[in-house]
Design a protein around this ligand. Sequence first.
Ligand SMILES: Nc1nc2c(ncn2[C@@H]2O[C@H](COP(=O)(O)OP(=O)(O)O)[C@@H](O)[C@H]2O)c(=O)[nH]1
Ligand SMILES: [Mg+2]
Length: 453
Amino acid sequence: MGIIVLLVIVLIYRSSTIPKNSYCNSSTDCYNLIREKAAERFLLHPSPPSLDQQREQIQEQDNAFKAMYEDNSEQKQEKAMGVDMEQVIEKDEKALMAEKLTMKQKQEYKVLTDASLPRVKGAFVVLARNSELYALRSSMRYLEDRFNKKYNYPWIFLNEQPFTEEFKNMTRMMTNAEVHYGLVPQEHWSYPDWIDQEYAAECRQDLADRNIVYGGSESYRHMCRYQSGFFMLHPLLDNLDYYWRVEPGVKFSCEMDYDPFRVMQERDLKYGFTIALREYRATIPSLWKNTIDFAKSHPQYIYPRTRPDSLLGLVSDDNGWSYNLCHFWSNFEIASVKFMRSEGYQSYFKYLDKAGGFFYERWGDAPVHSIAVALMLKRSDVHWFYDIGYKHDFFEHCPTEEKWLVNSKCYCDPDTSFDFNAGSCTPLFLDVMNRTASSFIITRPDEEESPFL
Ligand SMILES: Nc1nc2c(ncn2[C@@H]2O[C@H](COP(=O)(O)OP(=O)(O)O)[C@@H](O)[C@H]2O)c(=O)[nH]1
Ligand SMILES: [Mg+2]
């Protein structure tokens, strides 16, 4: 009798612990089933877009890529990815004028502009060569004048070659803040043993023959791999919460009255950018396939794409079947060190590194960072630093508030802002975020001399 009662209890217990509608009868089975279910959630649709749809998408994306290098003024009036930035901004400006700052916004702005508060754990991080000294001094001058002279955030310089004394002296004298010079460990700037170096050389030659920018460069590949997965591990970043990536030769055209590092901290942000654009397709042929394989085999790191605040739409126009080439331009980024060091991000990087595409193709760190952000983070983690005027090479983000030009806050020409270019991914970003451009403005007018009124 006792045995029968025990058997019934065991049976009832077992049936209550086995999930409904599942067929696992061991813990390993159950674990695998849960993984499969999670993976299914990532790719919701059973079939990929039709061939026609795929062709159309590719055509649209390639047109947008080409448009980036065409005359900007002609593109300006066109709708980029279905969103007319001019209308968005015009509408936003009206809304802003009517807006009365809430008490909460005023309080936040006070905190964001208070240079006497203990500094956030942030620093500028620059990977640079000795030969880039003068271009770097220019970037530093801009940032110091426009922002850092009030805050004195430290500068961290990294290089796979030792920095020369000249480099150190000439950069040190550009700032009153602390400066640190770090050497990139050799294992972070060399071939891992699973890479076939002969094949890598053939691949470089192939891309060079096809005139793909940096296609033949070996050092560029080490650089992209380093910026993708290693710089955040450097011990000089150990005590940092946020890094602000800076490159030699970039320009900052607007006075920054608030502290972007504090914005990151106060709003608990993980990633901030200024420009979003299209990647050169030929440099990343297998990046998306590897990404999907990673997402399927590591669903625990992926933010469920079915949630309304998923960012998957930033990088895929078809629910994950293909990559739309959009990425944040990582030469400017303010991001969380914790996120970049997280198990999820680092596993993604390692997975990609094993696949070899940093060497056999020419994967850039910008799409790698951006895809990780889109797959692992959610809307409220990401910020467009709309009011930071920024230029790298030919592309510039310039805020369009006329008053900011009149009162000399900015000197850039708003009409040439890359946001209006049909190749810009910022309109798509606004769409995915379900937000307007002006909702990203942080700079607030003084009550007395409001430039907006
Ligand atoms: N130390 C070092 N830094 C590099 C090397 N190649 C590029 N960089 C840095 O990596 C960043 C990106 O390189 P850049 O040439 O600007 O590439 P692009 O922005 O993609 O055109 C910049 O901060 C460069 O200074 C290299 O071989 N050694
Ligand atoms: Mg650059």
